[in-house]
Design a protein around this ligand. Structure first.
Ligand code: MF3
Ligand code: CO
Ligand code: CO
Length: 290
């Protein structure tokens, strides 16, 4: 068996660990998929599965897009939740959050307002000028999952909220842009930490991106902070990147009453954007686009 420091079998002259690692010489697609499942618990998807995940992702993105356009001053997040339910139903889909986890998540979408980091629960409070919120939609269509989220500003937001919103978007898009076969999952966190630092923001490390598609939260975990997840990306991996970026401290506290809503420990704003992507033969495709 080839060792990490041996010359790569492809003839590049580089060490195997710097080149085609962990691919084995003569390995078939099936060998690779089996090895990823055994070693990392990661499911490399077939083209047929990817097509179904793409359909689910498209629906999630369409619902999210509609909700973001509807979110206005005076509206409640419960109204957004109702609209999301209707759109899932009309498309023959199931909202993945509803009843998920323990205790079961009570609504069909997550709406995380201002200092809420993630897993915010829709309620009857009216959105007001100066608020900003993350809306997170996960669909199950034909048994397959698509997961995405975005920020919306209500009226005029202050400099801190604008900075959190812009920085988390940049973190998402620039970390997606390095993704291709062979790149380590840990590189995503390096890109995000660098951009956060440049913008005087902190990176939440209590919540991570995740494999998605056949299940809601699959392997691998995709940390947004500096980490040592030395798993090379491979064609057929489908996962989310969803950086949560804070203006103040990175720590959050989970609401003891509902055990879901995570809020920043210092009450300062937090922002997040999320896409589901698939690793292709030469790069990536963002699946959660309208
Ligand atoms: N959609 C969220 C994510 O990006 C997870 C929400 S779990 C829920 O992973 F139960 F709160 F819906
Ligand atoms: Co997610
Ligand atoms: Co999500």
């Amino acid at each position: 068996m080839i060792e990490r420091n041996d010359p790569c079998f492809c003839g590049s002259g580089k060490k195997w660990k710097k080149c085609h690692y962990p691919e084995q010489p003569g390995e078939t697609r099936d060998d690779l998929a089996l090895r990823y499942k055994k070693r990392y618990g990661i499911l490399l998807k077939t083209p047929e599965q990817i097509e179904k995940i793409r359909n689910s992702c498209k629906l999630a993105a369409k619902i999210l897009d509609t909700l973001c356009k509807e979110a206005k001053e005076g509206m409640t997040t419960n109204e957004l939740n109702k609209m999301a339910e209707r759109m899932h139903l009309d498309a023959g889909a199931i909202p993945a959050p509803l009843g998920y986890g323990a205790p079961p998540f009570p609504k069909s979408i997550c709406t995380s307002l201002n200092e809420e980091v993630c897993h915010g629960i829709p309620n009857n409070e009216k959105l007001k000028n100066g608020d900003f919120l993350n809306i997170d939609v996960t669909c199950i269509l034909d048994g397959y999952y698509g997961d995405c989220s975005r920020m919306v500003a209500i009226g005029n937001i202050d400099e801190e909220k604008q900075r959190a919103m812009d920085t988390s978007y940049k973190c998402l898009m620039e970390s997606i842009d390095i993704c291709k076969p062979g790149v380590m999952i840990s590189e995503i966190g390096n890109v995000i930490e660098k951009i956060a630092k440049e913008n005087k923001c902190s990176v939440v490390d209590q919540f991570v991106g995740h494999g998605v598609g056949v299940g809601f939260h699959e392997a691998p975990q995709v940390p947004h902070h500096h980490n040592s997840t030395h798993i090379p990306m491979q064609e057929g991996m489908t996962f989310t990147i969803e950086p949560m970026i804070n203006i103040g401290k990175r720590e959050s506290i989970i609401d003891p009453d509902n055990q879901w809503i995570a809020r920043t420990v210092d009450g300062k704003p937090s922002a997040q954007w999320e896409h589901t992507i698939v690793i292709t033969d030469s790069g990536y495709e963002i699946l959660t686009t309208v």
